[in-house]
Design a protein around this ligand. Sequence first.
Ligand SMILES: [Zn+2]
Length: 330
Amino acid sequence: MTSPAIPMAPLPWQQTQWESLSERNFHGRLPHALLLHGTAGVGKGHLARLLASALLCESPVNTLACGHCHSCQMFAAGSHPDFFFASTAYGMHDSPEDESDGKVRKTKKPAAPSKQIKIDCIRDLINFSVHSAHQSGKRVAIIEPAELLNHNAANALLKTLEEPGEGLFIILVSHQPSRLLPTLRSRCQALLCQTPDHAQSIEWLRHHISPERAETALAFSHSAPLKALAAVHAEHDLLYREVMLTLEACSQREVTYLFAAESLAKHDAIMVLEWWLALVHRQSCANPSADMLGFSDRLMDARRKAQGTANPNARMLFETLLIDWINVKN
Ligand SMILES: [Zn+2]
């Protein structure tokens, strides 16, 4: 199931921020290097694309892209020559091309999305930045998530950020800006995208999903509405309930830890560990105990290991943790 398209308008909690950006753009005072940061799933990427589309539009309406001109159509189709999107998936959709000798050329196409934004991508961005704009005289590049720029890629970007050239706007989007090179951060104007309050999130989500599912999804999405919406559309809220029931049943000894481990191992290990950590955090806040804090450390350690390994043995990992979990809870 795919997430619904979100209209190309400011999200309700970003309205003031949007007005401020639009005014600066109107007066020609928009920074050439922006860093949008904040919790994952609050709409930083949406704001970046909204700004990019407005900058590139041939006839904006009330500060927003018109959605109809040739430029807007190319932007929506992902084929705008003055727009560059740098991400971990960069190059993935390149198709092999035939050489004149009939052999298939080797492409940069990786088998799966990379865990980094690599230097090849940033070299292409630099190349893009030195060419003249085709349409409105402006060019926009978005780098998302910027914290995944690898060291070489980040270093290669520094000079372009310092001297972006006429009409070039570079928007970095990051939910972990502390992972960016300090020299890179200092070349951008940072803009914090706030997490909306609970009522505002529910009000927005109820246009897309039921209030009950919105409540559940927000609980494990760090209150970030877009993350909650994506989770519901991936049916993660249903998985979440299943994982919570399994952990509860195991702690009550209603099922064996072996059965529970097998059940948990059917899902993405990192996702389960994050939900489990959030549960432990809530229980620690309500009823602090040294045992629970110690268990929280073991969960974080397990998550670190799972993140660093392509194929962790999830069942074994969960078996060990569940034995500790039963001890902590009883
Ligand atoms: Zn337009």
